[in-house]
Design a protein around this ligand. Sequence first.
Ligand SMILES: [Mn+2]
Length: 348
Amino acid sequence: MRVAVGQSPVATDEYLAFAAQLGVEGVQFNTPDLPGDHRWEYEDIKRLVDRVAEFGLRIEAFENLPNHFYDKVLLGLPGRDEQIENVRATITNMGRAGVPILGLNVMLQSVWRTDVGPYGRGGATVSIYDHDVASDPSRLEEVWVARRDRRVADAKDSWVRGEHLGNEVPISHDELWANVEYFVRSIVPAAEEAGIRIGFHPDDPPAEELHGVARILTSVDALVRAATIVDSPALGIELCLGTVSEMGGEPAVLDAIERLGRRGKILYVHLRDVAGTMPRFRECFLGEGNYSPLRVIQALHRVGFDGFILDDHTPGLVNDDGYGYRGRAHAIGYIQALLDVVTSGAAS
Ligand SMILES: [Mn+2]
């Protein structure tokens, strides 16, 4: 197990120097800012790999393709097979360039929150979700939507208030599952051939539906189902423990680690937490949320997880800047210390 620095779309000098200074081995990019309207090319990925290597680091993963690379696939619309061919080509190019993991999600409306502000410990900036607000059609403009397509390069998160994605097409759970299964069966062979692994982030918030649009990865059972659509080591879950904590607190988190970890299905981990579970929760610092970070790291160690762990959605601290260096440094130091304690056997 190791920690990585992640979630930036761009490889700024600051981002890479920060990672090197914290002593991690690698970085992840969330929806990397690469050229291409439909797919990513080998030369562009390789250039990014080489740039990261100049700082003594490697790329651990890419998280997310742009939504418009596979929106027709999720919705089952004409043109989906063309999109799938482009995703397969992107996977092949990633493998050739040496990026070992592609994280994806199946959230048609992206991630939602209903407030962002100084609601954390000591006035730290955090987000809140209240399902009563989110499910009220007259309050759509109050919803903060993660818009990775419109993010500022140096932003910590990508929340934009009231700016919905436009994929709000009514779809049932069965239809979305069928479309995801078709997607998985189509791209896993390309991943196997390229020597990379792919997997899905749980749906955040884990609501059964939002305004008639189904969300499917909303329980630990659903994550296990998604990870076993085909029997392949190339398929897994991008395990956001913040989202699983939103589902059911520490019991759900430990259940997910046990069931996915024993099957070798944890691609990597987002270690963040919330206080409260659906239908209402507030993001918080590690150590004051629903689960014990120590027990979680112990559980990951117990199931033999040997991948990387990222911070995620860290609270914004005093004078925190765009990427959130202060909040992230706190979270990463916290996780590094827990890994030392657990892997040295000091807390067993
Ligand atoms: Mn996450």
